[in-house]
Design a protein around this ligand. Structure first.
Ligand code: PSU
Ligand code: MN
Length: 301
């Protein structure tokens, strides 16, 4: 398979310098235009701030790209032909020379293929509310179970069933390391999560130690590092609860299913909160990007 690795990323990988993978679904389907392109660049800046080279991943004209130039980033943000791509869609999209923005699942898969071990995003996909009837569980979970990538995120969004997601993470043998916290964080506000974690890590070096130990033990799957959104950046809880209830009802009434559910709810949130949820989202992704870079630095050192 022909991967296109951006020269700066290829250089870094060849010389063992730190690289952090970034997803593109968040750009195409998770953030509204026109802010999405600016935010995509800001996330890359945050990775650099943390001392690593950013590699935003997407499929452009049928070629999986590890690191995007400015034109490709613009395309992911603004081109209507860009579809949301999970791992199962990758082969079809490549065969048809299509354009796709990769989810956490597909980004993890391609990052591992390219030898990138650390990945930053906003929120992992998980078990949806009502999954008992819909069976809607993100492929992010099953992919991470078998893909050697460390995903730095702010937990899962409150649109999901948080305790069910935690149970699935346990079943799938995906360790959850709380970054300077022993509580599972969530967003758009923290308190809702309210579940205890077994493991806390205090530094990027501590994460790197865990990864090295896992390598030695041939534990081949992925690792989740959860980095809580700052308390002063949370969305007001009352606003949140109201918008979530309305968003879930609207999704139901509109018959939204499958891969459209997450983009629909995110968009509902951004519109209904007048951009406040967007600000939370951007702040937490940037903070995750800096932390992921520091973990990649510790791993390289
Ligand atoms: N969380 C966010 N914004 C996003 C997503 C998650 O805060 O845009 C995206 C990620 O790409 C994630 C995907 O992998 O949603 C999960 O979609 P689904 O639930 O259909 O698996
Ligand atoms: Mn789904």
């Amino acid at each position: 398979m022909q991967l296109s690795i951006h020269p700066e990323v290829a250089d870094a990988l060849a010389s063992g310098r730190p690289v952090v993978a970034l997803e593109s679904t968040i750009i195409s389907h998770g953030l509204p235009r026109p802010d999405n392109l600016r935010v995509a660049r800001e996330i890359e800046d945050s990775v650099r701030e943390g001392g690593a080279v950013p590699a935003t991943i997407a499929v452009v004209d049928g070629v999986p790209c590890i690191g995007l130039d400015d034109a490709a980033l613009d395309r992911v943000a603004n081109d209507d032909s860009v579809v949301k791509v999970s791992v199962r869609d990758l082969g079809t999209l490549v065969a048809r020379h299509g354009n796709g923005a990769t989810t956490v699942a597909a980004t993890s898969h391609l990052a591992a293929l390219a030898g990138v071990r650390v990945f930053a995003t906003g929120g992992l996909g998980g078990v949806h509310r009502g999954a008992r009837d819909t069976w809607d569980e993100s492929a992010d979970l099953t992919t991470l179970a078998v893909t050697p990538v460390t995903v730095v995120c702010a937990g899962v969004k409150s649109i999901l069933d948080v305790p069910a997601t935690l149970e699935r993470l346990e079943t799938l043998n995906i360790p959850v390391l709380g970054y300077r916290t022993d509580r599972f964080p969530g967003f758009y506000y923290l308190a809702d999560a309210g579940y205890a974690l077994d493991w806390t890590v205090e530094s990027p070096e501590a994460v790197a130690d865990v990864l090295r130990a896992r390598d030695a033990l041939e534990c081949r799957g992925g690792v989740l590092v959860v980095n809580p959104v700052a308390p002063d950046e949370e969305l007001d809880r009352a606003v949140h609860d109201e918008v979530l209830a309305a968003g879930l009802a609207a999704a139901d009434a509109a018959g939204v299913r499958g891969k459209d559910v997450t983009p629909f709810l995110l968009d509902y949130f951004h519109t209904a909160t007048d951009g406040r949820s967007l600000a939370v989202n951007v702040a937490l992704v940037r903070s995750n990007a800096v932390l992921a870079a520091r973990i990649a630095v510790a791993l390289a050192g």
